[in-house]
Design a binder for this molecule. Structure first.
Ligand code: SAM
Length: 280
């Protein structure tokens, strides 16, 4: 396990100056790492995908719990040092690590199919990274991510709640998302100004529909772009007029005067299906 002193030594050696743009806040507290690994529930037979291994504190914890870790890191200095850090601290696990130097938003292939995702995500791209990985790696069955607390609330929100929005509906297309805890600021170096939230997830089947994911997500984007409007008005652009939007909503069994924040992902799928059927 890497402690605060190890992290600072590694950072100094590499001349790493953590940047906000890359969301570089490194965990310096061993208990937090143990808590994340335990809550993630990864097992001995599993390959775990980690996004943003940074200086390696979570990577080392994951190597103790799982069979293999595939780590995607965008910063060449950090990616270049990771294997050596593992050789220093866990030489017996060095062969169980794959480092991929890449932007996680662009990765569509990995050396091993991951069963789990466990990551302290770069906060500014956390939601797109999670959605991208769900889409491109169907082998991902479960996992745990650490994100800004507010983003954790959004990812886990259900219809009708204040934080329910585009990330909540799109994440629900792929998985059952649950908030699994809150992490304070002082376990990081440098310390962020906000709390972090843990989100655990388990893959679930998307709603049964003849509409494609893209078609469903287009309805979601349109509905929340004008959150305060009724669905009849908000979906007018998508449907080619308010009357057509109303017809699709009625066909989907959704009240045209309702707002998007009240609908679950299955209802969005029904609207997309009705809209596409009317277009055909
Ligand atoms: N896992 C480490 C820890 O917990 O101490 C570091 C976590 S830090 C919050 C986020 C990490 O993601 C950084 O190492 C950063 O360089 C990396 N990163 C940022 N954007 C990325 C991207 N698009 N793809 C892959 N890695 C990225």
């Amino acid at each position: 396990m890497l402690g605060a002193t190890d992290i600072r030594r590694l950072a100094a050696e590499l001349d790493v100056r953590p940047t906000k743009t890359l969301g570089q806040n490194f965990v310096i507290d061993g208990n937090t790492i143990r808590r994340i690994v335990a809550a993630a529930g990864v097992g001995p037979g599993e390959t775990v995908l980690e996004v943003g291994p940074g200086l390696g504190s979570l990577t080392l914890g994951l190597l103790d719990a799982a069979d293999r870790v595939v780590a995607i890191e965008i910063d060449p200095k950090l990616a270049g040092r990771l294997a050596q850090t593992v050789r220093e601290f866990r030489p017996e696990r060095a062969d169980s690590l794959d480092v991929v130097l890449a932007d996680a938003l662009k990765v569509t292939e990995l050396p091993h199919a991951p069963a789990a995702l466990v990551a302290n995500l770069p906060y500014n791209v956390a939601v797109p990274v999670v959605l991208h990985l769900f889409e491109h790696f169907p082998s991902l069955e479960h996992g745990l991510v650490m994100v800004q607390e507010e983003v954790a609330d959004r990812l886990c929100a259900g219809p009708g709640s204040k934080t329910y929005g585009i990330p909540s509906v799109k994440a629900a297309w792929y998985a059952d998302m649950r908030k699994a805890g809150v992490i304070g600021m002082n376990v990081f170096w440098p310390a962020p100004k906000i709390h972090s939230g843990l989100v655990s997830f388990r893959r679930q089947e998307p709603p049964r529909t003849t509409a494609t994911r893209e078609q469903v997500f287009a309805v979601v984007d349109a509905a929340f772009a004008q959150r305060r409007k009724t669905l009849r008005a908000a979906l007018a652009g998508w449907a080619g007029g308010a009357a057509r939007a109303e017809a699709a909503l009625v066909a989907a069994g959704v009240d045209p005067q309702a707002r998007g924040e009240r609908l679950d992902v299955a209802q969005f799928a029904r609207i997309a299906e009705a809209g596409e059927a009317a277009r055909a």
